[in-house]
Design a protein around this ligand. Structure first.
Ligand code: NAD
Length: 418
């Protein structure tokens, strides 16, 4: 996918912040404070790979704001991970944790690498080296990483293990861990489940019946798969799914479990081999005929050159910043409702928060408790968003930023500038 962003990703987030700050008439001091990251780390990670070569990778951690609590955010392993991207995502985390009212600030990290080109041992060594460079800056009450694109429970386990060598056994220093190391039930499906709760909640408000609603999902990884599965369980018809290799379009509806199997066995959903389905180009998915579009891959997927082609009535943003500001304007003009990323994909960080709470208390919640608590967080946040949208007569993305900026600014004001 082309990452079509006219200005830097961080600038884009700051524009969204500024729109909310204007409506809230936020003072200059708070504007400067909330657009200035707290700390930015860039480290070099030399690695002797299994093929005998020495390669040097770059690792990043940007800690954006801690007014409302310890900073929280994932670590991605991706060839495009750079300081601007990580900085933007760190700021988004500050506003995401605030919009769903978790007692956290925001951070994000990444290593510029292609994990598919590294062996398991390479990945372990790289992760441990990163943890060695970061151990003085992250912590249970300081900054709590979690998984993101290209990272998973195994990488979180190595990170936790390496950190614990320095600080003693510390399961609460990362989230997204396996259950046997203090992970939470329901974490793996949390982002997709949270997105489903958001879609289920807004559907009647925009006159959309989920039974039979046609859904197109861009990206069939953790977020895309679970979102598709919960929507299919609720009676939606998943008509198209794409991944890095292409789009599979099946107007009669796709079998999600069969897709998962083929993606696992053959590397991509396009190899399903069903004569009722068509294989299309990767980017064709965006303009397909459907009611709900779920971008769940990378940033910048919906941009000024394809926003006019969108047929969906509702876009639920599973990915982070999948819609460029120019596209947002086009979508608003066309009356397409957007459930914005900082709300729609907040289920992951919400259950990460539950995981952290369980680690601090050394208890384990049943899955039903996790799901019920997640549903409450998503529904409460929806009410907050709607109230702000009404109060300021604005769209849901701006409303989400208004809710978030108000909370962060209030906490920052009470703590004082020091
Ligand atoms: P993942 O690595 O599990 O899956 C990504 C999927 O996107 C894969 O199927 C990949 O083939 C596909 N993809 C990559 N490039 C593509 C392209 N150009 N076109 C179509 N498909 C493409 O990642 P994930 O964890 O599902 O995360 C997806 C997005 O959601 C990211 O933006 C991530 O930051 C965001 N997100 C994830 C979580 C989480 O809990 N996993 C939480 C919040 C936000």
């Amino acid at each position: 996918m082309s990452e079509q962003q006219p200005v830097s990703a961080f600038e884009t987030v700051n524009q969204l912040f500024a729109r909310a700050a204007d409506l809230l008439e936020l003072d200059e001091e708070k504007r400067i404070e909330l657009t200035t990251p707290y700390r930015e780390l860039m480290v070099r990670l030399p690695l002797l790979t299994e093929d005998g070569k020495v390669r040097v990778f770059r690792g990043y951690r940007v800690q954006h704001d801690n007014s409302r609590g310890p900073m929280k955010g994932g670590i991605r392993y991706h060839p495009d991970a750079d300081l601007d991207e990580v900085r933007a995502l760190a700021a988004l985390m500050t506003f995401k944790t605030a919009v769903v009212n978790l007692p956290y600030g925001g951070a994000k990290g990444g290593i510029q690498c292609d994990p598919r080109e590294l062996t398991r041992l390479d990945l372990e060594r790289l992760t441990r080296r990163f943890a060695q460079r970061m151990e003085g800056f992250i912590g249970v009450r300081e900054d709590i990483p979690g998984p993101d694109m290209g990272t998973n429970y195994q990488i979180m386990s190595w990170l936790m293990d390496e950190y614990s060598k320095f600080h003693g056994y510390s399961p609460g220093v990362v989230t997204g861990k396996p259950l046997s190391l203090g992970g939470s039930k329901g974490r793996i499906s949390a982002t997709g489940r949270g997105l489903f709760f958001a879609v289920e909640r807004i559907a009647p408000d925009i006159g959309l019946d989920l039974k039979g609603a046609r859904v197109a999902v861009q990206g069939f990884g953790n977020v895309g798969y679970w979102a598709a599965r919960f929507l299919a369980d609720a009676g939606c018809r998943i008509v198209a799914v794409s991944d890095i290799e292409g789009t599979l379009y099946c107007p009669d509806g796709l079998d999600i479990e069969a897709m998962r199997q083929v993606a696992e066995d053959k590397g991509s959903v396009i190899h399903l081999g069903d004569s009722n389905c068509q294989v299309l180009d990767r980017d064709d998915l965006i303009g397909l005929d459907c009611d709900i579009l779920i971008p769940a891959a990378l940033g910048g997927a919906i941009h000024k050159d394809n926003a006019a082609d969108i047929k969906a009535r509702l876009i639920a943003e599973g990915a982070n910043h999948p819609t460029t500001p120019e596209a947002d304007v086009i979508l608003a003009e066309r009356g397409i409702t957007v459930l914005p990323d900082i709300y729609a994909n907040a289920g992951g960080v919400t259950v990460s928060y539950f995981e952290w709470v369980q680690n601090l208390q050394q208890v384990s919640w049943e899955e039903q408790r996790v799901d019920d608590a997640l549903r409450k967080v998503m529904l409460d946040a929806y009410d907050d968003l709607n109230a702000a949208a009404e109060e300021f007569d604005t769209d849901l993305r701006t409303a989400a930023f208004i809710v978030a900026v108000r909370r962060v600014a209030e906490a920052a004001r009470l703590r004082g500038l020091h």
